[in-house]
Design a protein. Structure first.
Length: 200
């Protein structure tokens, strides 16, 4: 079990150079944009523009704040992503252009996994103060919890807004309890064809 706070995160330029990402966690540690097996990040989007291309990568995108993003591109029906817990899955090869609603900057939550190495699932949860959510182990999966609003207690490990917890497969079941109304994302990272010993 590894707790992470903003001081642990890395600031990284976008692949297309148009902005900056806050990298919350990456595997292997210190991997670059062309060598990671999985990567979880946040980013502020302050202007319209294209997404970076990530061939061979599967992606999930959600909004943490802002009025929303209008997304257009090849191979999908245009959509508007809101900061309501919705998660959009797409491939890194998909050409995507983003437009801000009302020119209001947004902050996003982004999960990427390299196809054939890892797969992932992302779920949003909103917990009222005092509410508890069990988080079971999931085989050999890695679990990542990111609290982006409120305050969360995970087996006496307290997460404030913008803090995270990385759980190894051996950490077993944990209990998530909201110390104050909170919102969080849970990411499940499933290894594909990787020996358990290689995940340390």
């Amino acid at each position: 079990m590894q707790s992470l706070c903003p001081a642990d995160y890395r600031q990284q330029p976008w692949k297309n150079g148009a902005g900056t990402t806050v990298e919350l966690a990456v595997f292997p540690a210190d991997a670059g944009l062309d060598s990671f097996d999985w990567r979880i990040s946040r980013a502020r989007v302050g202007a319209a523009g294209p997404f970076s291309a990530f061939p061979g990568i599967d992606r999930s995108l959600a909004l943490l704040s802002g009025a929303g993003l209008r997304l257009t591109g090849d191979g999908f029906v245009p959509l508007t992503l809101k900061a309501d817990g919705s998660v959009w899955r797409f491939t890194g090869e998909t050409p995507v252009a983003a437009e801000l609603i009302n020119d209001d900057a947004v902050e996003d939550f982004n999960v990427m996994t390299r196809r054939g190495r890892f797969a992932h699932r992302v779920a949003h949860h909103a917990l009222a103060a005092g509410e508890t959510l069990p988080l079971a182990s999931d085989g050999d999966a890695i679990r990542f919890v990111h609290c982006f609003a409120g305050r969360l207690n995970i087996d006496n490990e307290v997460l404030a807004a913008a803090e995270s917890l990385l759980l190894a497969p051996t950490d077993g079941m944990v209990s998530l309890q909201a110390e104050a109304d909170c919102r969080l994302f849970i990411v499940i990272l499933i290894a594909q064809g990787i020996a358990q010993g290689d995940l340390a």
